[in-house]
Design a protein around this ligand. Structure first.
Ligand code: CA
Length: 226
């Protein structure tokens, strides 16, 4: 299965973190938003494969978000509704939601629903490979090899490598990298990017201190020159 991106729109921090953790552990790329407006704008910009949408949200509620998404795209929407609120479920389905799950839910069931919803969509995007000299990245099987040997990259290292290779010759800022790999509302430090670059260099560069592939672009960020 190729890697899918799920956008989670949920204003309760603890639940959002738990969802993010569970989906990432299942191999999804996760985007997050804390309110309806941000959810819509992220969905427009980044075209997730599925949107997990809470009903009670600040700024725009889940029904409004669903209605807007339905007009603009055919991204599958799975709604999180409150217990016992049958009217919520019916309203959600009327707005074009593909499925709903009632809070509190079991994470396992939610993941199964998401899997099924994505499966119903049919075949995924065609396989994609990135190649640079001795380095190869398979975006479908999620494997990276150097001279044919598997690199055993951690998910974010893989994401970082794929991002840099996919933008070969172009400098990417630390903020761009951070947003791409950690999400738009990641509360953290751009030094996180430097740390991951260092780890990645140790795995792919012959001389990590004099990198020939991942170049530092002073005052900007990084560029792949392989
Ligand atoms: Ca909520």
């Amino acid at each position: 299965m190729s890697r899918k991106t799920v956008l989670i729109v949920e204003d309760e921090d603890n639940l959002l973190l738990a969802l993010r953790y569970s989906f990432e552990r299942e191999g999804y790329d996760v985007l997050t938003a804390h309110d309806g407006e941000t959810g819509v704008s992220i969905s427009r910009r980044l075209n997730p494969d599925l949107v997990l949408l809470d009903v009670m949200l600040p700024r725009l509620d889940g029904f409004e978000v669903c209605r807007i998404l339905r007009v603009e795209s055919n991204v599958p929407v799975l709604m999180l509704t409150a217990r016992g609120e049958e009217s919520d479920r019916i309203a959600g389905l009327e707005m074009g939601a593909d499925d709903y799950i009632t809070k509190p839910f079991s994470m396992r069931e939610l993941l199964a629903r998401v899997r099924n919803t994505l499966k119903r969509l049919g075949p995924s995007k065609p396989p994609e490979r990135l190649k640079a000299g001795r380095l190869e990245v398979d975006l479908n099987s999620y494997e990276a090899t150097l001279e044919g040997r598997p690199l055993n990259l951690k998910p974010r290292e893989f994401g970082l490598l794929a991002l840099l290779m996919g933008n070969r010759g172009r400098a990417l800022s630390r903020v761009q990298i951070l947003e791409h790999l950690w999400g738009y509302d990641y509360v953290g430090d751009t030094r996180t990017v430097d740390v991951h670059v260092r780890w990645l260099r140790e795995k792919i560069e012959a001389e990590p201190s004099k990198p020939s592939m991942i170049k530092t672009v002073r005052g900007v960020g990084y560029r792949f020159d392989g």
